[in-house]
Write a protein that binds this ligand. Structure first.
Ligand SMILES: Nc1ncnc2c1ncn2[C@@H]1O[C@H](COP(=O)(O)OP(=O)(O)OP(=O)(O)O)[C@@H](O)[C@H]1O
Length: 358
């Protein structure tokens, strides 16, 4: 557990970066600090590993005041991941990660073996270990940064805008990876971002900060979207919060309907409605428009691209998105292996939401 108690930080130039802030970060959770630039997120995070000391107030990690620990000792139990990964440019990827176990007194061989395990854990192929950081993509470098922070198996992980230098698609992949890792490792993660969508996706609790290091709200993401504490939080969480809240709404009660399907390679039936094309493993490949004439076997280039797929029993947002993005207006529901289950309409999702309200 990390506790901030009446913490204040005023820099020598008079800037108040954090204003009398108190909050508790629970053990084994991902907690996100989010807010506009300059609101004190980084300052607050760096107080945990004593890169910055508060002007007043107390920061405790697992009950101990951090000021009572030697900074070097303290940092061994706290992994730190930053934007651009901060890797040593003249060491190979494997040696970058092995640095930490070496510091802990492991032999070079043991350290490299451990580094190799960690690269695998963060989803990097072993041969990338021989490269230098500049020979990796931004997303891969970020994974190396995470592997290095995990090398000491610290109970606490600080992540300061770790994914903000990569493009949105890679970023989403890294976020998913972090959630997967956390399910396995159960660390206490403090994550800083200025992106509210990232905060809502990753955080079990989210602290919204505003200018001058004031805590505007500290809540679970669903509560933040449902009941923003004030105008600042309302505008910060954005306009489509009603829609985004669907990410937290269970889909129990959605009954997928059926639609005519055809396997790619077969001859489709003549239909006045949309026909869904599936591959040999019954995974959706696209749609055949109403009345489309196909002579002989159906090929993929005759199909209209499908919308997003909705994996059954995941939150409602995905179901609505699948329906809205499908050319047929029918969201395709798949099972955990990506196999076709049925279809769902936007109306079904809205009816379910309405029935819950009443
Ligand atoms: N060493 C310093 N000396 C003086 N002022 C500082 C120092 N470090 C940060 N500040 C100021 O303190 C405030 C909070 O900075 P901090 O870096 O904690 O914000 P942040 O929320 O992490 O911002 P960003 O999202 O832009 O990284 C800002 O006004 C910043 O200019």
């Amino acid at each position: 557990m990390i506790e901030f108690q009446s913490v204040r930080k005023q820099y020598d130039n008079g800037t108040v970066a954090v204003h009398e802030l108190s909050l508790v970060v629970e053990t084994g959770t991902i907690t996100v600090f989010v807010g506009p630039s300059g609101c004190g997120k980084t300052t607050l995070m760096r107080m945990v590993n004593r890169m910055i000391d508060p002007s007043s107030g107390t920061v405790r990690v697992n009950g101990s005041d951090v000021r009572d620990s030697d900074p070097a000792q303290l940092r061994r139990g706290i992994g730190y991941v930053i934007q651009q990964a901060g890797l040593f440019p003249h060491r190979t990827v494997l040696d970058n990660v092995a640095t930490v176990p070496l510091l802990f007194g492991r032999s070079r061989r043991e350290a490299r073996a451990r580094a190799s395990e960690l690269l695998e854990l963060v989803g990097l192929q072993q041969e990338l270990g021989k490269r230098y950081p500049a020979q990796l993509s931004g997303g891969q470098q970020q994974r190396v940064g995470v592997a290095r922070a995990l090398a000491a198996d610290p109970p606490v992980l600080l992540m300061d805008e770790p994914f903000s230098a990569v493009d949105p698609v890679v970023r989403e992949g890294l976020q998913d990876e972090l959630l997967r890792l956390q399910a396995e490792l159960d660390k206490t993660v403090l994550f800083v971002t200025h992106d509210i969508d990232e905060a809502i996706k990753l955080g079990e609790k989210v602290a919204v900060l505003r200018e001058g290091g004031h805590l505007a709200q500290y809540a679970a993401p669903d509560d933040l979207l449902a009941e923003p504490a004030d105008d600042f939080v309302t505008s910060f969480v954005g306009r489509d919060r009603g829609y985004r809240r669907l990410s937290f709404v269970e889909s129990d009660g959605i009954r997928p309907g059926s639609v005519t399907t055809v396997a790619v390679g077969d001859t489709p039936p003549a239909r006045a409605s949309w026909v869904l094309a599936l591959d040999g493993e019954r995974r959706p490949r696209g749609w055949l428009p109403p009345g489309a004439a196909v002579d002989g076997q159906l090929t993929e280039d005759q199909l209209v691209a499908g919308g997003s797929l909705y994996t059954e029993r995941t939150p409602l947002r995905g179901a609505l998105d699948a329906a809205l993005s499908a050319p047929s207006g029918l969201g395709v529901v798949v099972d955990g292996d990506g196999g076709y289950v049925g279809v769902v309409t936007a109306q079904q999702v809205l009816d379910l939401i309405e029935s819950r309200r009443t």
